[in-house]
Unconditional design. Structure first.
Length: 106
């Protein structure tokens, strides 16, 4: 059973938006995964998730930049390091340009 604990309004909002929210869960999950076995797009999605969680902690839970860097910095760095070993994944604009260039060659 949950006990009522005084918390910042932002953290209460986070708990309403994500009932399964546990402090630092996203970063722990990212570090627990075998990043080398994930596809490049999965790594990019994980990086977006980590950055969003970091931003939410700063803007809604009232955490300072230093606190969020300490909490998420290692996980973000690990994902970025793994992405650096992979070939470049084109974004939407690059993919469109590649398709158009290929179509012109035909």
């Amino acid at each position: 059973m949950d006990t009522l604990i005084a918390q910042p309004a932002g953290l209460a909002l986070l708990r309403l938006l994500d009932p399964d929210h546990v402090q630092g869960a996203v970063a722990r999950q990212a570090l627990a995964q075998d990043l080398a076995s994930l596809h490049g797009k999965q790594l990019l999605a994980l990086l977006r998730r980590l950055r969003a969680a970091q931003s939410n902690q700063q803007h809604y839970a009232g955490a300072s930049v230093e606190q969020t860097e300490q909490q998420f910095g290692a996980a973000i760095a690990a994902v970025k390091a793994e992405l650096a070993t992979r070939p470049h994944i084109p974004n939407k604009q690059e993919a469109k340009a590649l398709r158009q260039a290929a179509a012109k060659k035909r």
